[in-house]
Ligand binder design. Structure first.
Ligand SMILES: Cc1cc2nc3c(=O)[nH]c(=O)nc-3n(C[C@H](O)[C@H](O)[C@H](O)COP(=O)(O)OP(=O)(O)OC[C@H]3O[C@@H](n4cnc5c(N)ncnc54)[C@H](O)[C@@H]3O)c2cc1C
Ligand SMILES: NC(=O)c1ccc[n+]([C@@H]2O[C@H](COP(=O)([O-])OP(=O)(O)OC[C@H]3O[C@@H](n4cnc5c(N)ncnc54)[C@H](O)[C@@H]3O)[C@@H](O)[C@H]2O)c1
Length: 479
């Protein structure tokens, strides 16, 4: 068994782990980066980048297919060449992965260990059965894995997850997607727009991570106008028949039906990669799912010299959060025992569907039960959105009744990726609704829709103040 000694061992060379490694090295400490799977990161190989490449192809197909509404006609057939679509997705994806591989190549060989690590104690790791690493501190940055419900596993290679989609050489004919969360909606809509027959089934009423029922209802209406999407519905039974899957499912309020598909794409959530780490050998306190307790500010596990970063911590599994986590865990592991709370940004999540979905700051479901005013815009009549035939969805902003500050927002609508950034910057700057309304708005732009929602919130704030004065006056009069 090979034996190594280091200041900091980092488990997982994804986005969080690579950033943690660079931060530890920049602080002058020694570091070892352990990776069991392929280098290249989830984001570049099978996540953010290939999914956005597939969506870009789908947008091109959709624009062409829907051009006749503008009087622009394609006389002839619109042809989607699945092999060319997948070829570009994979070629461009490989280019992004290549940049990551270059930075791994540039790390000294003695800092890299290949294999899966597990804990023997707080400060001792074993990598497969070939290396033991004595590390003064450890950073867990092992990412997450898609959850495939047990009954579907019998389908063999016909039950697939996002990773498998981005390995396709051609597009299939028919796909059932289980889960209308972020991944199911992004990939499901893209495949449908590329001519694949898609059914999307979600067992609850959740949709793309939205928690505001008004915004969610507007998103559902928009998606259902083009997609075979069903919430509160269930897959009852699955069976493999040759190279197909036979699925019996029940749409809410309807009789069960049986249909055949090429694949069942499972997008029912992801689970932090903690199971194989043998965390029970450490001093960390584990919950009933094996997740360690940790401080959300410092990312430290109790008082152990162990830190956690990225998707594996189970909170906001997004790329920029993984980077921030990697930096915070790296700084604290390097400076241990002098650890400090890390600087966090305003929460921001974007889903690249059409309409795009976004959540900023405090989500609707986490708002306090009182003291919040709402402002809303319906994009149906928003000028620029209508010009572009993207006039669907709603945006709602949430503001503090006490001081008028923007608390958060949820969006389903055009250009949500850009509007969400404006809103996140405003949340982080602790801006009030009135201060936001003092900012410039060009004409005609989709951001004018945001102004409508802000004006609505400003009116509601005023109303709530007048109501407060009225109640106060009544109390004085009745006294
Ligand atoms: C389809 C899809 C689309 C996405 N799109 C977006 C998007 O548009 N925007 C966005 O912000 N986020 C997106 N995400 C989320 C984003 O990809 C993740 O938040 C981010 O990649 C997490 O980085 P990480 O470093 O935590 O994990 P990873 O990059 O997964 O790295 C973890 C690494 O740890 C390794 N590992 C695991 N266990 C061990 C062990 N015991 N020993 C050694 N190595 C181990 C793994 O092999 C892996 O390389 C998407 C995700 C998916 C799946
Ligand atoms: N644009 C982005 O930033 C982006 C894109 C993709 C993924 N991601 C990240 O990846 C994470 C995981 O995404 P995800 O879509 O796998 O999970 P998710 O939690 O967003 O959605 C899972 C969905 O599956 C449903 N579901 C659960 N079990 C089911 C079953 N048996 N049958 C049918 N439906 C079922 C749930 O109700 C939920 O709607 C996201 O939370 C996000 O952080 C981000």
């Amino acid at each position: 068994m090979k034996k190594l000694k280091t200041d900091v061992a980092i488990i997982g060379a994804g986005t969080a782990g690579m950033l943690a490694y660079r931060t530890v090295k920049a602080a002058g400490a020694s570091a070892v980066l352990i990776e069991g799977g392929p280098y290249g990161t989830t984001c570049a190989r099978v996540g953010c980048m290939p999914s956005k490449l597939l969506i870009a192809a789908a947008e091109a197909a959709h624009s062409a297919a829907s051009a006749s509404a503008f009087g622009v006609h394609i006389d002839g057939t619109l042809r989607i060449d699945g092999t060319q679509v997948m070829d570009r997705v994979k070629r461009e994806r490989d280019r992004f992965v290549g940049f990551v591989l270059d930075s791994v190549d540039n790390m000294p060989d003695c800092d890299k260990v290949r294999g899966y690590a597990r804990f023997i104690s707080d400060t001792l790791l074993r990598v497969d059965d070939h290396t033991e690493i004595q590390a003064s501190r450890v950073i867990i940055a092992t990412g997450s894995t898609p959850v495939v419900p047990e009954p579907y596993r019998a389908l063999g290679d016909r039950v697939i997850v996002n990773d498998d989609v981005f390995a396709w050489d051609d597009l299939p004919r028919r796909v059932m997607v289980a889960g209308a969360g972020v991944i199911g909606m992004e990939i499901g809509q893209a495949l449908a727009r590329l001519g694949v027959e898609v059914r999307l089934i979600n067992r609850s009423d959740s949709l793309g991570g939205l928690t505001d029922p008004i915004v969610r209802a507007s998103a559902l209406a928009a998606f259902q106008s083009e997609l075979d999407l069903h919430l509160n519905s269930r897959i009852l039974d699955v069976q493999r028949i040759g190279d197909e899957v036979e699925i019996r499912y029940q749409v809410d309020g309807q009789d069960a039906v049986t249909e055949r598909f090429d694949y069942l794409l499972v997008a029912t959530g992801r689970r932090p990669n903690v199971d194989a780490l043998d965390l029970h050998n450490t001093s960390a306190i584990l919950d009933d799912k094996g997740m360690p307790q940790y401080d959300a500010q410092t990312l430290q596990l109790g008082s152990a010299p162990i830190f956690i970063a990225g998707d594996v911590d189970g909170v906001l599994p997004l790329l920029h959060e993984a980077s921030d986590d990697g930096r915070i865990a790296g700084q604290n592991a390097a400076a241990y025992p002098h650890i400090v709370p890390g600087k966090r940004r305003a929460p921001l999540a974007i889903v690249f569907t059409d309409p795009q979905l976004a959540a900023v700051g405090i989500r609707f479901k986490d708002l306090p039960p009182q003291g919040v005013v709402f402002g809303e815009v319906d994009f149906a009549d928003q000028g620029r959105s209508r010009v572009m035939l993207k006039n669907y969805g709603k945006l709602r902003v949430y503001a503090s009744q006490e001081n008028g500050r923007l608390l958060g927002a949820e969006i389903a609508g055009p250009a949500a990726e850009h509007i969400a950034h404006l809103l996140a910057w405003a949340v982080q700057q602790e801006m009030t609704i009135n201060a936001m309304l003092d900012m410039p708005f060009y004409h005609p732009v989709i951001e004018e829709g945001l102004r409508t929602a802000l004006r609505h919130a400003a009116q509601e704030l005023l109303k709530s103040k007048l109501e407060y004065v009225r109640v106060e006056e009544q109390c004085v009069n009745n006294a």
